[in-house]
Design a protein around this ligand. Structure first.
Ligand SMILES: [Zn+2]
Length: 64
């Protein structure tokens, strides 16, 4: 969503299931999101402040 490049930080990248069904792994149902965007999609998810900071630093470095 925010287009941050996490190719060197795979742990911060997650796969979102658009229809919320974890069993539906159809390519059209999957979306790669950084942890912060994923947490935004699901109101209940928590991201540790350490990981949050890392994503925010990467976004800044990449001019996002
Ligand atoms: Zn993001």
């Amino acid at each position: 969503m925010c287009r941050v490049d996490l190719s060197n930080s795979h742990k911060l990248l997650q796969v979102h299931h658009k229809d919320s069904l974890k069993g539906n792994n159809d390519i059209n149902n999957l979306q790669a999101l950084c942890m912060l965007c994923h947490a935004k999609r699901h109101g209940h998810m928590r991201v540790s402040s350490k990981k949050k900071n890392k994503i925010e630093v990467l976004r800044k470095q990449q001019g996002l």
